[in-house]
Ligand binder design. Structure first.
Ligand code: NAI
Length: 318
């Protein structure tokens, strides 16, 4: 039988762990031997008020079950204070789960600056601040695991969530860059787009669907990615209800034109089918996966760009 993945001696910070997904992660990490920092500001779904009760309750649950945990009530925007709590209680940090989040859903027309700013502050700046505070420790100890939390809304866009979707996609590229910079120091970063029953989703789904979307069904991937034996880094996963899938960028084969004064919008239009044809795609994963030097070399040998008469404006080819 495969061995249980254990986290004995590891310290994990879980932000927003007073409820929903964060609570599920905190409980299961603790049950597998980790020291857990249960961070939660105790705010409403929209980020209002604050209380220590949510974090305290989860810490009590962990301790009652024989685990090790400490509460922290700071906002993720004060990430250094959360890391300080971990160091004071356990002397180290090995894993950061950036999970805290709020919603300010509104159509873009009605969205205010504060709806925008607060969402960026909690999700993007908060993930940055906690990670930044742990980063130097990770580099020094040549070990670190980071999970950031995106959302399907960030990947695909979603009505009423311009602020939230922008913040959530930012966390995908944040993760990919951390993975590249952390690789040499055994620091791995991955990002998840979960779907789970919580106060964020309880009003938009029927009870029987929510039942099969327990946060407990998101934890297994998070634990797997954070284990010392796991090599995966820089990846995005969509998951929930037992479903787990990896996502990647897909780029059409594209079209190439001569880079000369005849490269006009009409030439783009003439090649539109090629530009948007996904029958022979590539899957770039780094800036260097686009070889502009050889593309340019190739373009030099091409015949002049197509100038279709279909693309005339004011008597000129456009
Ligand atoms: P939740 O509302 O149950 O939990 C979020 C927790 O974060 C709350 O306990 C809240 O007090 C805490 N929090 C909020 N702002 C904070 C701050 N500034 N500092 C510290 N703690 C703070 O929500 P849920 O569903 O568990 O969400 C967890 C994460 O997963 C969020 O980032 C959310 O955007 C993301 N997510 C959830 C989905 C779902 O289906 N539940 C879908 C996609 C993404």
């Amino acid at each position: 039988m495969a061995q249980e993945l254990r986290f004995d001696g590891r310290t994990v910070i879980v932000t927003g762990a007073g409820g929903g997904l964060g609570r599920a992660y905190a409980l299961v990490f603790a049950s597998r031997g980790a020291n857990v920092v249960v961070n939660d500001l105790g705010v409403s779904r929209a980020g209002e008020g604050h209380s220590s009760a949510a974090a305290d309750k989860v810490v009590d649950e962990i301790i009652a079950a024989g685990g090790k945990a400490v509460a922290n009530y700071n906002s993720v925007e004060d990430g250094d204070k959360i890391v300080e709590t971990a160091l004071k209680a356990f002397g180290r940090v090995d894993i950061v789960i950036n999970n805290a989040g709020i919603l300010r859903d509104k159509s873009f027309a009605r969205m205010t600056d504060s709806d925008w700013d607060l969402i960026q502050a909690v999700h993007v700046r908060g993930s940055y601040k906690v990670t930044k505070a742990a980063w130097a420790l990770f580099r020094k100890q040549k070990y670190g695991r980071i999970i950031n939390t995106a959302s399907a809304a960030g990947i695909y866009g979603n009505f009423g969530q311009a602020n939230y979707s922008a913040a959530k996609l930012a966390l995908v590229s944040f993760t990919k860059t951390l993975a590249k910079e952390g690789a040499k120091d055994n620091i791995h970063a991955n990002v998840i787009a979960p779907i789970a029953a919580s106060r964020m989703t309880e009003t938009i789904m029927p009870p029987d669907v929510l039942e099969s979307l327990k946060p407990d069904y998101v934890s297994p991937l998070v634990l797997y990615l954070c284990h010392e034996s796991t090599e995966e880094s820089g990846s995005l996963f969509e998951l929930g209800a037992g479903f787990v899938a990896k996502l990647r960028w897909e780029r059409s084969k594209g079209a190439i034109s001569k880079a000369d004064p005849n490269f006009l919008p009409g030439a783009v239009a003439a090649k539109w089918n090629e530009i948007t044809d996904f029958s022979n795609p590539t899957y770039p994963n780094a800036i260097t996966d686009t070889d502009f030097v050889s593309l340019l070399e190739h373009a030099k040998s091409l015949p002049p760009n197509p100038k279709s008469d279909d693309f005339k404006f004011d008597g000129k080819v456009v």
